[in-house]
Every structure is written in C-alpha cells, then in structure tokens.
Write a protein that binds this ligand. Structure first.
Ligand code: XIL
Length: 364
C-alpha cells in the first residue's frame, strides 16, 4: 500500500510517496537514513530529533489488519498496549493471568526494534470485576486489597522485567480540581498507596523508569500544579518516581496551550529531576471534520510535539492510536471523533504532516 501526500486535500504541494515498506526499519537504521527530506517515517525523524515516537496498539486490529500492522513497524519506535496490560485484561479471574496478547506485543516490538511503555499498574478504570465486587461486598478487606496491589505490581513487572523502559505506575490519581482522586485505592488504602506503589515497582524492576501519568496536565493548571506538589513531596520522602507523563487527550473545541507553555510545564518537572513524555496524544473534534477543524487539529498536535521537543528530557511522544479506524474516541465522547494522524482509510491528515515537519525541523 502506498500513501500519497497529495491525497489530503489542499495541504501539501509536493507529491511525495510514503511507501509502506516490505522491510521493517530497525532502530539502528534510523539515524543513518540517507533520505534527508521531511517525508520520512515518524520514527526516523524522531530518532534524529532525539526522541522515540510511539503509538498505542490495539491487539485485535494488529492481528486482523495487515495495513495497520505494517504501519506500526514502519512509523513507530515505541509501542504501548492500548488495553492488554491493564489489570482487567491481565487477570480476568483472580489468580488466572492472561499474558498472551501482552507477550505478543512485547515480542513484535522486539522484532521491530521498538521500545515498550508499560501501561498501567494502578488505575481506577478497567479493574477486574472480581476485585471491584470483592471490595464493594467487603469480601476483600483494605489490608487484603493492599496485598493484592503489591502482588499485582510484583507479578506484572517481574513478568516483563527488562523489556519495558517506562512504566505508568500510577495513572490518573489526581482529579481536575487538584485533589487526590477519590478512587477505590484512596478510599481503602489512604494517600500513602502512591508512595508504596512506586517503592514496590522499584524493587520489582529497578531498571524501568517509573511514571505518574494523567490527562489535562499539558499546561500549568490546578491539576498540573497538584502533580508538581505531589512529585516534590514524593522526592522529599525518597520515593523513586522518575517520570511525568502527559497523556495529551486534546479537543479542537477546547483550544490548546501554546507549545511554550507545554514546554515550560514539562521543564518544571524536569528541574525536579524527572524525565517527561507525551504518552497518549490525540486531538478529537466534533463530527464531522472539515478543513478548519483538521487545520486546528494539526496545530493541537504541534503544540504537544513542539513542547516535548523544547523540553530537555522529554523522552518519547506517543499517540493514542494512529488511525481513526480504531480510535477509542467515538465510543467514549458522543458525537466526537477523527482524533488521529491518519484517517480511517489510513490516508495522512494535515496533523500527520505537521508532526513530520516539527520533528524534521528539530532533527536538523
Ligand atoms: C482507553 C482505551 O483506548 C479504550 O479502548 C478502553 O476502552 C478504555 O481506555 N486514558 C488512559 C488510557 O490512560 O488507558 C485510556 O485508554 C484512555 C484514557
């Protein structure tokens, strides 16, 4: 399959071909690629700019859609399991683990010369029903829940030990007002569960970078400020926290922080000693798309890419899926969609070219 730059109406003058390769790029190929134009795979341009470029992977699509599969190898140098490393999918019944899909992702990432982000150890969503029901009925006591969380972190991290470079240890633990989110974890274990989790994670895999990760923290708002305070406190308590992950779920209708604000926000976490990453970027819009919304979407992606590239220790930029064909957005936000870099037919949208240009400029 070939994707032409001119296929997206009215954006790009040059008719350059992105060839969906028969061979898959490896990490070593990237810095020495001879083609110096902008029109190269994102992973190649990102390598020159000094970051990994990743995508969330839907394993059902991976196994059923050849184009989807080939594009992952060609365009990305990092992968995140969109779902298959979440607790609900890893341990659907108590004590019965389903490692297959997650192991497959790690295996193909290795074949493709890709890094793997681990997502996620603690979250309030996509928990197994045996766990949530058990807590609700009182069958699982707070003490037992704490033990279950500890076992979960050790079991999962040891299973993937040495194969995952960044782990989202704690996902979405602060709410939009800047308070610790009122979850099953906070209610039953108290606020110390966050420090405990990072300490357990450190023991389970000492080589992984351990991340806090959340949405709506691109710029310096109350929620990002609360993370800043949390990180300071954790570090003061000698808790091994290494990274701050900005999910980056944006919407055209909400507007965007300028790239400089995103960069400054990342830099203040970096000044505390952390690395940073954009972990789940997508920019949704109210359907249907039109030229203005697609142009705004491109600007939205650029604020995140440029912000990451301006920050000194932003290690990776990950999109939450790369084609509208398999996006989580329409099923989650009624009436919204078209959030990804490629359309449903895998044709690149203005946002794809904007990201290429941002990476190319930084890599020169
Ligand atoms: C989403 C997945 O994309 C969906 O397929 C799933 O049904 C729900 O979760 N923040 C996160 C991700 O940290 O794990 C979420 O992924 C999107 C929001």
């Amino acid at each position: 399959m070939k994707v032409t730059r001119t296929a997206v109406a009215g954006i790009v003058a040059a008719a350059v071909l992105i060839t969906i390769g028969t061979s898959t790029a490896s990490a070593e190929d990237e810095p020495t690629s001879e083609n110096t134009s902008t029109d190269q795979p994102l992973r190649v341009l990102a390598a020159k700019a000094g970051i990994a470029f990743g995508t969330a992977v839907n394993m059902d699509a991976y196994n059923n859609d050849t184009t989807y599969r080939e594009l992952i190898g060609q365009e990305f140098s990092s992968v995140t399991a969109e779902n298959v490393m979440k607790w609900q999918l890893l341990e659907p019944q108590r004590g019965v683990y389903n490692w297959g899909p997650a192991d497959q992702l790690v295996r193909v990432a290795n074949e493709n010369g890709q890094k793997v982000r681990g997502h996620t150890l603690i979250w309030h969503n996509q928990l197994p029903t045996w766990l949530t029901n058990g807590v609700a009925s009182g069958e699982i006591t707070p003490d037992e829940l704490r033990q279950l969380l500890k076992n979960h972190i050790f079991t999962v991290m040891r299973h993937f030990k040495g194969k995952i470079h960044q782990w989202d240890v704690a996902n979405e633990v602060i709410d939009d007002s800047g308070n610790l989110r009122n979850t099953i974890w906070l209610q039953n274990l108290g606020p110390s569960y966050i420090a405990d989790a990072f300490r357990w994670a450190r023991k389970a895999d000492p080589d992984a970078a351990l991340y806090l990760n959340d949405y709506n923290v691109e710029g310096p708002n109350a929620k990002a400020d609360a993370y800043y305070a949390l990180v300071k406190q954790l570090l003061a308590d000698d808790v091994p926290v290494h990274g701050f992950g900005i999910q980056g779920h944006l919407g055209v209708q909400f507007g965007f922080w300028p790239a400089s604000a995103v960069a400054d926000n990342m830099k203040r976490f970096e000044a505390l000693g952390l690395e940073t990453a954009v972990t789940e970027a997508d920019v949704r819009m109210i359907m249907p798309p039109d030229e203005d919304k697609l142009a705004a979407q491109a600007r939205g992606y650029s604020t995140l890419v440029q912000g990451c590239l301006m920050a000194k220790r932003c290690r990776s930029f990950t999109v939450w899926g790369f084609t509208d064909k398999y996006s989580w957005v329409p099923g989650t936000f009624t009436g919204q969609g078209a959030a990804n870099l490629l359309a449903e037919d895998f044709q690149p949208k203005p946002a794809y070219y904007a990201v290429q240009d941002d990476l190319a400029r930084a890599g020169r």
